[in-house]
Design a protein around this ligand. Structure first.
Ligand SMILES: [Zn+2]
Length: 146
């Protein structure tokens, strides 16, 4: 299993990937049945998405009678990590804290999750710099105006 894909996954493709991750190896009929609960896609839509995901190498196929079984080429966690790194790379280094705060605010977190976060943050505080500096291209950020 490779670590990181070059292509992006669209919102629709993500719906399909989640079914594959949860059920692999899985055939298209099962994927269509599962997604039918949530979305009003035609079977041909799911098949188009599957073909696209194979073309982009997110999925691999295995012959299964007259059809195929689908496997994911990447772990869900790796794709999530890539998306988060990409999101962080889009903002000023000084705004990354806002992104994290916003994520914590919007995430559903249990007491256990929060205790884990607090412990992790207590460990991280000793290593953290006093201040984050802006590394942006002049003109791409408002930091230098202040
Ligand atoms: Zn900046």
């Amino acid at each position: 299993m490779r670590k990181s894909p070059k292509e992006h996954i669209s919102e629709a493709e993500w719906e399909v990937m989640r079914v594959v991750w949860a059920n692999q190896p899985v055939d298209s009929k099962t994927i269509i049945t599962i997604l039918d609960e949530k979305l009003t896609w035609k079977p041909s839509t799911v098949k188009t998405l599957l073909k696209r995901l194979v073309d982009k190498q997110f999925l691999m196929t295995e012959k299964n009678g007259r059809g195929y079984l689908y496997h994911a080429n990447y772990l869900e966690k790796n794709i999530i990590d890539d998306n988060i790194e990409e999101l962080l790379s889009r903002v000023c280094d000084k705004d990354e804290a806002y992104l994290v705060q916003s994520m914590i605010k919007h995430a559903k977190l249990s007491k256990l999750d929060l205790r884990f976060l607090i412990d992790q943050l207590k460990k991280d505080i000793d290593e953290a710099p006093e201040e984050i500096t802006c590394q942006c291209l002049p003109g791409q950020c408002t930091c230098r105006h202040h």
